[in-house]
Design a protein around this ligand. Structure first.
Ligand SMILES: Cc1cc2nc3c(=O)[nH]c(=O)nc-3n(C[C@H](O)[C@H](O)[C@H](O)COP(=O)(O)OP(=O)(O)OC[C@H]3O[C@@H](n4cnc5c(N)ncnc54)[C@H](O)[C@@H]3O)c2cc1C
Length: 449
């Protein structure tokens, strides 16, 4: 069981910098191996970019950051934790969900994501994507494959394809939601890779056969007790000490140990796991300097700056999943994650950063009314992850060129190892669990344990 301490003094084998999922996972592995571990966390709470708050509005939990558990094939470590700890899940119901599509300025409902006269165009797109994904061997590390022609933004890859305007907008909204960025920024490679792994375009996109699209089916379920239950489950296996409200400023590997300088004083330990977001790494001074690859990643920062908004709404007659690019800006996707009577919780991802004043209930209401006329907003929850000094972004979605350098960027430097979902092609919490485990094994090697 972990223990919260209020100072840095103590005899520790390892300092874990950052108490998100990656740091917690590393600390669990290390304390199970008998090491004394101190987690140094800048915020006054743990769990980083996956942060749930219970009883936020009328008894409902809000997930400020990450929340959706992707499918078992994509998130094996996460599902292992869910199974091991018997965590309950909430799935959306396809049968009851109204599907809403907005493209070309028109709103449609029903199973077809494009107007009927664009079905051939949609098929052309799906066949093209399947063909591109087939060039990837799902059983070999992506960075070892010669697929650089796929490591470009989607508009470039689809330039020669004759697509109808609705089909194009549909797919653009999909990429915007996945990447949390404009669709001409992220690389096409991560999505093609997950299509190659899942074996089907439909498994990895929002237009699943036969156009089975709600967020709960595509992004996965949410945890009934919130992501905090998953975090507590991971941390419950760790005997680490935790110090909160302490920011790491300098990390110096002296050859015989690592001196960690913080806002609450210094501590020297035999080894370190840096489990900080890459956008924050540039603000911590490392001696010796970070590798060139890591400096590049740190300078580029977390790609996604998406705005995730949770709206507690009324006058919402049906559960819905809405998808599109509203012409005046708004939500690229919005979906009910809870529905009772005519009240619901809607989670939306904006179509572009700044496209909508996400702090203004009237503006959010208007944006939702493009999808559901008459819907009203009772309360909002939104966190500025891009402006948060301990996050500097949301989730990491690969930009062109990043696939090749990420494994090298994560490599240990002397006594300092690196973890965090931003280093990993597995998005989100799965990447944090995976790299937390890798960094812990590296520390065990460094300390000959
Ligand atoms: C809006 C949003 C939606 C998301 N949606 C999903 C989703 O649906 N599914 C999914 O799987 N993932 C999702 N993610 C991504 C997921 O939340 C993250 O990938 C994951 O939580 C990252 O874990 P981590 O441990 O690598 O980093 P973090 O959780 O960021 O942990 C890093 C820790 O380091 C601390 N820290 C920062 N600077 C310092 C410092 N100088 N000194 C000490 N401590 C410091 C931070 O406070 C933090 O606790 C989403 C994220 C956001 C923000």
């Amino acid at each position: 069981m972990h223990r919260v301490v209020d100072h840095l003094e103590g005899d520790y084998d390892v300092a874990v910098l950052g108490g998100g999922f990656a740091g917690a996972t590393a600390s669990r592995r290390l304390t199970r191996a008998g090491l004394r571990v101190l987690i140094i966390e800048a915020r006054d709470r743990l769990s980083g970019r996956m942060w749930s708050q219970q009883q936020y509005f009328e008894g409902h939990t809000v997930e400020w950051g990450g929340a959706f558990m992707l499918d078992r094939a994509t998130y094996p470590l996460t599902w292992q934790e869910i199974d091991d700890h018997g965590l309950a899940l909430e799935w959306g119901s396809l049968e009851k969900t109204t599907l809403i599509w907005l493209s070309g300025g028109s709103r449609r409902t029903g199973p077809l994501p494009v107007p009927i006269d664009e079905l051939a165009s949609l098929e052309t797109l799906i066949v093209a994507i399947s063909g591109l994904a087939a060039r990837i061997d799902p059983n070999r590390p992506i960075e070892e494959q010669d697929v650089s022609e796929l490591d470009v933004p989607w508009p470039q890859l689809l330039a020669d394809l004759q697509l109808g305007p609705h089909t194009r907008e549909l797919f653009e909204a999909h990429i915007v939601t996945l990447a949390g960025d404009s669709w001409d920024v992220p690389s096409a490679l991560p999505l093609l890779h997950s299509i190659a792994k899942s074996g089907s375009v439909s498994g990895a996109t929002f237009f699943a056969a036969p156009y089975d699209t709600p967020m709960a089916r595509t992004l996965g379920p949410q945890l009934a007790e919130g992501t905090g239950a998953l975090f507590n489950a991971v941390l419950a296996g760790s005997d680490a000490d935790v110090v909160l409200g302490v920011r790491v400023t300098d990390v110096e590997d002296t050859g015989t140990g690592v001196r960690v300088r913080t806002t609450a004083g210094d501590i020297t330990v035999p080894a370190v796991v840096s489990a900080l977001p890459i956008g924050v790494l540039a603000e911590v001074r490392f001696t010796p300097e970070l590798s060139e690859e890591l400096k590049t990643l740190a300078a580029q920062g977390v790609a996604a700056q998406a705005e995730k908004v949770t709206a507690f709404v009324s006058n919402c007659p049906d559960p819905f999943y809405a998808h599109g690019i509203p012409q005046e800006g708004g939500f690229a996707t919005a979906s009910t994650t809870f529905h009772h009577g005519d009240q619901a919780i809607v989670v939306g991802f904006t179509s572009a950063v700044g496209a909508l004043d996400v702090t203004d209930p009237a503006a959010v209401e208007k944006a939702l009314q493009h999808y559901v006329p008459g819907i009203t907003v009772d309360a909002l929850a939104w966190h500025d992850w891009a402006g948060d000094p301990f996050a500097r972004g949301t989730w990491s979605y690969l930009r062109p060129g990043q696939t090749a350098i990420r494994p090298k960027a994560r490599q240990a430097r002397g006594r300092v190892t690196f973890a965090g979902s931003d280093f990993d092609s597995r998005l989100g919490v799965e990447g944090a669990l995976h790299t937390g485990g890798l960094a812990a094994e590296e520390v065990l090697g460094i300390l000959n344990r």
